[in-house]
Write a protein that binds this ligand. Structure first.
Ligand SMILES: [Zn+2]
Length: 616
């Protein structure tokens, strides 16, 4: 958008150059290790998707029609993976296409013959049983247990498995879609959405803001909508809708707090759909409609920082997008920083510092886990030849956050906020890479204020630099005192814990000393009933400690098995299976995994397959 604007101005200034416009692609794209597309030769600009969702055969079929821009190239290359392509047309006429060799991670290049002046291409295709983005759920796997459900997960490079597309974060498209689903179900997308079911099961969508392919998203199920404000609201199954609406009732306040920090919300509507529990992530920032796990519905708004996180992506990620997956920290580090600022604005510094300290502990765990792979602890990654999923860990999120927090402390909050606000505004609806960000940072925050900062060490060196911000939380210090006292005396000060938040309980449980005894665990469980907690975060950290410390009281093993057979959130599932592995209990883990795996989305199953050395 920005570059097109510059071109228009230069036409006005140099009219002679514009009288005979040369056919050229406006933007210059950098080398992309995770897409076959050659956008400098021919690039897609708009998608019209016309598909039918068939639950009986578990297939999506239809036609993807693209407007394209070329520099006169004889072919355009798209990404595809495990799709059956039956026909391709260029400007309405059947044209030649080839599917290249299959790469297990990248899929296949789909090369389509075009002419110098081809305006659009239309690809008729259908998905297959191997389509990784889609998770088809039977009724039993949903909340209401009466109808099937389907959702997609595109990030990082899975959109190509359900739509043939140029699947690079550098390439932005607008789209419209017609989607036919069974008439008792509703379809929603990362677009303008329906608020009620249609009689015929046909839904029309429009996305007028240009987005990268990984933000294409579709969910189909027996869902309802309930508004929170005139631009925020929630979708969920009938049995969940009231709970979800109450849990997320601060959404409008969150949008206001975010706008107050970094400028206007550019996507008009901000809704959240709560999916069945197999959804592999906490949330996915699909524009206009965040996809979320039901594990954050705790009944007390204690886990809603997830909504702040996905909302923050409306700026960092969706508005200003990482150029390649090597720059993923630009999406996530900024988003964690922004999320923490939203939480501070709404609920105060202490809550924000607790979240930041949890992140710091996650980061230290990740650094320990990656101690033999120091290159993977740099913010700027080199994922060529690897799956970008390898970079989706605490380094991008929590080291990225710590960099920005440390920078904020160095320059002061006022300067930091003005800098970030301008950064989002000037780079809106475009992509940026690490090197461009460093240039922008030097020019607009550091050099002009005569501030020196070890930016390059933070970004290009492994580990955490010595000047990292030291995060303190009085609440967590208090938790540590209570825990130490218990370890020393076997007495628990129950009164001191009566007002604890789930974050404080999580901190308590995660910091058990390595030599905590089974008797002590039993005593804590009998006092606080951790095994039967209804808060998914407390459950997860308690089950982790139970596995690590061979605690088997109060039927916790049954609970762990039930949890792993229901929840597919990758963070939770990975934590628990990793604990089994650390405790040399892989055999027990495999028994659970054999039944649980069918409930997991491919991104979770792939991670656990590798972790446990499992193959079907
Ligand atoms: Zn994120």
């Amino acid at each position: 958008m920005k570059k097109a604007f510059v071109l228009a101005i230069s036409c006005l200034l140099f009219l002679t150059n514009c009288e005979q416009p040369k056919k050229e692609v406006i933007k210059t794209y950098t080398e992309e290790p995770h897409s076959y597309a050659q956008p400098n030769d021919a690039v897609i600009s708009h998608l019209s998707l016309d598909i039918e969702v068939n639950f009986d055969t578990r297939v999506i079929n239809g036609t993807a029609t693209y407007n394209i821009e070329t520099n006169g190239a004889a072919q355009i290359i798209l990404d595809a993976k495990y799709l059956n392509i039956s026909e391709v047309k260029a400007d309405g006429k059947v044209t030649d296409f080839t599917l290249g060799a299959m790469d297990e991670s990248l899929g296949q290049p789909l090369t389509i013959a075009i002419k110098e002046n081809t305006k659009n291409i239309a690809i008729t295709y259908q998905t297959t049983a191997k389509t990784e983005a889609l998770q088809w759920l039977n009724a039993q796997q949903t909340a209401d247990k009466t109808n099937p459900f389907l959702f997609t997960q595109g990030q990082a490079i899975l959109t190509r498995t359900w739509i043939p597309i140029q699947d690079s974060p550098q390439i932005r498209i607008t789209y419209d879609a017609t989607v036919k689903v069974p008439s008792n179900l509703m379809a929603v997308m990362s677009a303008e959405n329906p608020k009620e079911k249609t009689a015929d099961g046909i839904y029309h969508f429009k996305m007028v803001q240009p987005i990268p392919a990984y933000l294409m998203a579709l969910a189909v199920g027996d869902i309802e909508y309930k508004a929170i404000s005139n631009r925020t609201g929630v979708y969920a199954e009938k049995s969940m809708i009231e709970k979800v609406h109450t849990e997320f009732s601060d959404m409008e306040k969150m949008v206001l707090a975010a706008e107050n920090l970094y400028g206007a919300y550019d996507w008009e509507q901000f809704d959240v759909i709560v999916l069945p529990p197999s959804f592999p992530f906490g949330g996915m920032e699909n524009p206009r409609l965040t996809f979320a796990t039901p594990t954050v519905i705790a009944g007390d708004k204690s886990l809603t920082s997830l909504v702040a996180h996905e909302l923050a992506h409306s700026w960092s990620g969706n508005l200003v997008t990482n150029s390649t997956w090597d720059d993923f920290w630009l999406n996530e580090g900024f988003t964690v920083y922004f999320e923490t600022r939203i939480m501070e604005a709404l609920y105060g510094k202490e809550r924000a510092n607790m979240l930041a300290l949890i992140g710091r502990q996650d980061l230290d765990d990740e650094l320990e886990y990656l101690k033999d792979k120091p290159n993977d602890t740099k913010l700027k990654l080199d994922l060529k030849g690897r799956n970008p999923d390898d970079g989706m860990n605490s380094i991008a999120y929590d080291k990225g956050y710590l960099f920005l927090r440390t920078l904020e402390e160095k320059v002061g909050r006022d300067k930091m906020d003005a800098f970030l606000k301008a950064y989002f505004k000037e780079n809106a609806f475009s992509t940026t890479n690490t090197e461009d960000f460093i240039k922008y940072l030097n020019a607009n925050l550091l050099d002009n204020n005569n501030i020196t900062f070890n930016t390059l060490e933070w970004i290009y060196e492994p580990g955490v630099p010595a000047n990292a911000s030291v995060i303190k939380s009085d609440a967590f210090s208090n938790v540590e005192r209570v825990l130490q006292n218990f370890m020393d005396t076997n007495k628990i000060d129950a009164a001191a814990t009566s007002q604890w938040t789930p974050q404080e309980w999580g901190h308590f449980i995660r910091n058990f000393s390595k030599d905590i005894s089974v008797t002590q665990l039993q005593q804590l469980d009998d006092t606080f009933n951790f095994t039967n907690s209804t808060n998914s975060y407390i459950s997860m950290v308690w089950y982790e400690q139970s596995i690590l410390n061979a605690y088997h009281g109060n039927d916790v093993d049954i609970k762990i098995s039930e949890f792993l057979n229901t929840v597919g959130r990758r963070w939770y599932v990975t934590t628990l299976f990793s604990a089994f592995k650390k405790a040399d209990r892989v055999d027990e883990a495999l028994v659970i995994y054999k039944t649980a795996r069918q409930n997991y989305h491919s991104v979770t199953a792939n991670t656990i397959d590798t972790l446990l050395g499992y193959s079907e």
